[in-house]
Write a protein that binds this ligand. Structure first.
Ligand code: HEM
Length: 185
C-alpha cells in the first residue's frame, strides 16, 4: 500500500504510545529507520507486518488495532490535505456511502498505482444501510468499521456497525449500519 498508509500507522502508534514504542514496532516489523514516502507504493506485506508487530508490542488484538487505525485514518488524511474530499463527495453518511468508489477514483489521480476497495451501499430507509465491502486484500473488515465511525463523526453523525458476513461467504464482507445524528454537546 502507499506510504501514506504506513505513515498513518506510525502516526497512530507514536502519538498514542510514544516514539519509543514506535521504534520497537518498526524494529519488530523489520522496517528500517528511513521512514516512508507518502506517494511511494510499498508491498502490502510491510503494512501487515507493522500491524502484526504493533499487536505484539502493545498486547492488543489485530482487529482492535485495525479498527482504531480506520478511525485514525479519517483524521490523518484530513490533516495531510485530503480533507476537502470529505465535503466534495457528500454532506452526510447517506450521500458519502454512495460515493466511496468515486472518492477512491479521485484519490487514484494522485496515487496511480492505487488498488482501491469497492463498496456497494443499499439504503434501507430510516438511517439503515447495507454495505458490501469488496477488496483484493484479506482481513481488513475491522478497519472498515473504524473508517465508518470516523466518517460519521465528520458529518456530525453516529453509526452503529454490525459485521454480518465475512468474505469467506460470497467473496465480500457485508455490514449493516444504523446512522443517527450525534447528540448536541
Ligand atoms: C480522504 C480520504 C481517503 C483517502 C485519501 C484514501 C486513500 C486510500 C489509500 C491511499 C489506500 C491504500 C490503497 C493502496 O495503496 O493500494 C486506501 C485504502 C483503503 N481505503 Fe481509502 N482513502 C480515504 C478514505 C476512505 C474511506 C472514507 C473509506 C471507507 C469507508 C476507505 C476505505 C479504504 C479501505 C477499506 C482501504 C484498504 C484497501 C483494501 O480494502 O483493499 N477509504 N485508501
Amino acid at each position: 500500500m502507499y506510504g501514506l498508509v504506513n505513515k498513518a500507522v506510525e502516526d497512530l502508534v507514536s502519538t498514542r504510545f510514544g516514539a519509543e514504542t514506535w521504534t520497537k514496532v518498526r524494529e519488530k516489523a523489520g522496517v528500517g529507520v528511513g521512514g516512508f514516502v507518502s506517494m511511494d507504493p510499498y508491498p502490502d506485506d510491510v503494512t501487515y507486518r507493522l500491524v502484526g508487530a504493533a499487536s505484539e508490542v502493545l498486547g492488543a488484538p489485530v482487529p482492535a488495532l485495525l479498527e482504531a487505525f480506520g478511525e485514525h485514518w479519517i483524521l490523518y488524511t484530513a490533516r495531510e490535505g485530503y480533507g476537502e474530499l470529505f465535503s466534495m463527495f457528500g454532506g452526510s453518511m447517506a450521500e458519502f456511502l454512495d460515493n466511496l468508489d468515486n472518492m477512491h477514483t479521485r484519490v487514484g489521480l494522485s496515487f496511480p498505482k492505487l488498488k482501491p476497495p469497492s463498496f456497494v451501499a443499499r439504503d434501507l430507509g430510516e438511517g439503515r444501510f447495507e454495505l458490501e465491502y469488496h477488496s483484493t486484500r484479506e482481513a481488513l473488515a475491522p478497519m472498515v468499521i473504524g473508517l465508518l465511525r470516523g466518517l460519521a463523526r465528520t458529518f456530525g453523525e453516529v453509526v452503529e456497525v454490525e459485521h454480518v458476513q465475512g468474505r469467506d461467504r460470497g467473496g465480500h464482507d457485508l455490514f449493516r449500519l444504523k446512522v443517527t445524528a450525534a447528540a448536541a454537546e
